[in-house]
Design a protein around this ligand. Structure first.
Ligand code: ADP
Ligand code: TRP
Length: 324
């Protein structure tokens, strides 16, 4: 059975883009893969200075993972917090020492984040090395991510190969896995939907504010009666990302755009209904989980024990390889 690892930063409430780009893959893969899915809490420290908010976001991501359909039963998905596996920071150091500085200079996410106003800390600069440590710590075969994370998995592969080159075969070299049809979902303003841009759609919102949020999606001023190009419309792009490009509901909506006579308000209504339908069971499950903190604790304890055992084995192997 192939082993899979992935994670998400607890930098804010998860959104439908995170689900379409990343979490849906985790849920699909859990059937026939050994799974490690974690909350990247150390990574979030590169952008957060609010301890209360950070710990609340961490708890929320765990609840959302399970609500979205990850099964944390023993032998299924190991869900854990990054900071419960301190071996990762040890591995991060070992990898830092084989990482040429130019590799970090080339990473695009640092520049992007600094241009958006994040402090250019050393932590933010070496963020990809910590991500490599997360990944390599459990010897995974596959890393399912959205397209914006592919560069980080490439860096991970380079670092693993460099370490292996200097010190002999130590790390397994993993591959990324994209869910091709998902693409990147735009947010309500038409930019990439992102926790840090305030443009997300949160599938767990109460119905009324959710409807309002969807109605606020920016569209152009094509009159109702005119045919419209769905590929240029944010509402359609989100719909297609969630329902799937080959789904009959997508084909039907596409046809309505092209035919003319449908206003954007109707398209938004279709998206609102799709979200309620797709996330109905997740919404109910989340309410149950919010009321059961003891269960969440147990899930995290078991997940951390499994991840730590594996990470210790890998870290010891790496220490020995480099002469420690
Ligand atoms: P955010 O930009 O909201 O902070 P993250 O960088 O934490 O999201 O990404 C978590 C996962 O969700 C990654 O695998 C990423 O590729 C995926 N993802 C994030 N935003 C989107 C989006 N708008 N569309 C598709 N996938 C996304
Ligand atoms: N950088 C990822 C994000 O922003 C989160 C992350 C940290 C991650 N470590 C990882 C993803 C390891 C996959 C594997 O979403």
């Amino acid at each position: 059975m192939k082993r899979v690892l992935s994670g998400i930063q607890p930098s804010g409430q998860l959104h439908v883009g995170n689900f379409a780009g990343a979490i849906r893959q985790f849920v699909e893969m859990q059937r026939d893969h050994e799974m490690y899915v974690f909350v990247a809490s150390y990574h979030a420290l590169t952008s957060t200075r609010d301890p209360r908010k950070l710990s609340e976001n961490i708890r929320q991501v765990v609840i959302d993972y399970i609500a979205f359909g990850l099964d944390p039963a023993p032998g299924k998905v190991n869900i854990y917090l990054q900071h419960d596996v301190p071996e990762v920071t040890e591995l991060c150091w070992l990898l830092s020492c084989v990482c040429p500085k130019h590799m970090m200079d080339k990473a695009t996410s640092f520049k992007d984040k600094v241009s958006k106003g994040l402090q250019a800390s050393i932590g933010l600069y070496v963020y990809p090395i910590l991500q490599a440590a997360d990944i390599l710590s459990v010897d995974p075969d596959l890393v399912p991510v959205g397209s914006d994370q592919v560069q980080h998995v490439e860096i991970t592969r380079d670092l693993a190969m460099k370490f292996n080159h200097y010190f002999g075969e130590t790390f397994k070299v993993p591959a990324h896995k994209l869910r091709e049809e998902a693409g990147t979902l735009p947010g309500v303003d038409g930019q990439k939907m992102s926790k840090s841009y305030g443009n997300t759609i949160d599938p767990f919102m109460a119905e009324k504010p959710l409807r309002k949020r969807i109605m606020s999606i920016v569209t152009d001023s094509t009159p109702v009666e005119d045919p419209k190009d769905p590929t240029q419309c944010t509402v359609f792009q989100i719909f297609r990302g969630l329902a799937g490009a080959n789904d009959p509901r997508t084909a039907e909506l596409e046809q309505r755009y092209r035919a003319g006579g449908m206003g954007y308000g109707d398209a938004k209504k279709a998206l609102f209904e799709l979200i309620l339908e797709e996330f109905g069971s997740a919404r109910r499950k989340r309410v149950e989980l919010m009321n059961d903190p003891g269960y969440i604790e147990t899930v995290l304890r078991h997940g951390a024990a499994a991840a730590r055992a594996k990470a210790r084995e890998v870290t010891d192997r790496a220490r020995k390889a480099c002469g420690l």
